[in-house]
Write a protein that binds this ligand. Structure first.
Ligand code: SF4
Length: 367
């Protein structure tokens, strides 16, 4: 793995996006959620990317149009787009939590200089009706985008982009599966995951497939799982490793959840197949309703399978979906003999002093 290339993109995602657009001459198609299939943006002749959070002390353009009680993922996204120095050709918004839902209207009202099109996904998953709704939602998104951009989706490009992006997700899934144990240290794996959001998919695969050059030695420490929304930056994982956490499992939007989608086979229409795959994902976030608390059981099962001694839940301030599931998840983990802790992320890229102390106390208790 060419860690330096991945690090450059993960440490400066905005710079990476600008360079990518400049090199190809195509504007960016930006999405905010791992539910959005980037291959569709590629096939509309855009440079498809998920916009990762960019932690900063202030977001003047975002704060001018958003209420104070909005998570930093959404605040950061609004700020970056409204700041206007990225060559954006389309904003692909997605339903989900209230903040993400509101973002489309906020951007349109603020007069962002690119079309903002919404992918309207169902809120339940795990049944055939939802799969059909997912396919229809993506077809509807494509119709609206076609009208907004005045050009068609290129089906041949879509098929190629689908396959290459799926290969990237498979490679990332492999990295997360082996994280810590014989595989790479978590800080390198999360670096690759953040870089994957913004890099050209072909360049990403080359970087992931290169033999390790500059990787770090395996980290020793207490085995933990990281759960939550998008991580603010790989620095938070480096901070955890520095105090004795060995991250061996993941349930984050940056990590395994973004990488887990696989295209539904046996469906001729690629748009329908991709739309169905959004709902058929093996791992969902807390904004989707699943029968029988499937997500909580999946997290517990993964923690136990990977012999995690604790789960560190990384929640953004003002994020209701993750906050609402935390008590039930904590209880289920306790029943399985796994400790847990909730850390609050906001504008800082790494661990705060308070969080460092709380994690150190947890590690001491585990011994
Ligand atoms: S799920 Fe939570 S962290 Fe993610 S965009 Fe919504 S409120 Fe923000």
């Amino acid at each position: 793995m060419d860690l330096e290339k991945l690090k450059n993109a993960a440490n400066d995602p905005i710079g990476a996006l600008k360079a990518r657009s400049k090199e190809s001459g195509r504007p960016l198609g930006l999405a905010f959620s791992s539910y959005f299939p980037l291959e569709v943006l590629d096939a509309f002749d855009l440079e498809g990317a998920w916009l990762p959070p960019v932690p900063r002390p202030d977001y003047p353009d975002g704060e001018a149009v958003l209420q104070a009680f909005v998570c930093n993922c959404v605040r950061s996204s609004a700020d970056i787009i409204l700041h206007g120095d990225l060559p954006v050709g389309l904003v692909a918004a997605t339903t989900g939590c209230d903040s993400r839902l509101a973002l489309a209207t906020v951007l349109r009202t603020a007069g962002v200089g690119a079309p903002v099109v919404m992918l309207r996904l169902p809120v339940t998953v795990g049944n055939p009706l939802a799969v059909e709704q997912g396919s229809r939602a993506l077809a509807g998104f494509c119709d609206e985008t076609r009208a907004a951009l005045g050009r068609d989706l290129d089906l041949e490009v879509l098929k190629k982009a689908r396959d290459i992006r799926e290969k990237g997700r498979e490679l990332l899934t492999g990295l997360f599966e082996n994280m810590g144990d014989g595989g790479l240290p978590a800080s390198s794996v999360y670096t690759a995951a953040v870089a994957a959001q913004v890099m050209d998919p072909g360049d990403l695969i080359k970087a992931l497939e290169e033999a390790p050059r500059a990787d770090k030695a395996p980290v020793n420490g207490i085995r933990c799982m990281l759960s939550g929304s998008s991580i603010p930056s790989p620095r938070i994982v480096e901070g955890l490793e520095a105090i004795g956490v060995k991250v061996v499992a993941d349930d984050t939007c940056t990590g395994t959840r973004a990488a887990c989608r696989r295209t539904v086979k046996g469906v001729d229409d690629p748009v329908r197949a991709i739309g169905a795959s959004l709902i058929n994902r093996p791992l969902h976030g807390p904004t989707m309703l699943e029968d029988g608390h499937a997500r909580i059981q999946q997290i517990v099962d993964t923690a136990v399978r990977r012999r995690a001694q604790a789960v560190i839940m990384l929640h953004y301030k003002f994020c209701d979906p993750h906050a609402f599931e935390a008590p039930g998840l904590t209880e289920a983990l306790e029943r399985a003999g796994v400790r847990s802790i909730v850390l609050e992320a906001d504008r800082e890229p790494g661990l705060t002093a308070r969080d460092r102390t709380r994690v150190e106390t947890l590690l001491e208790a585990i011994g």
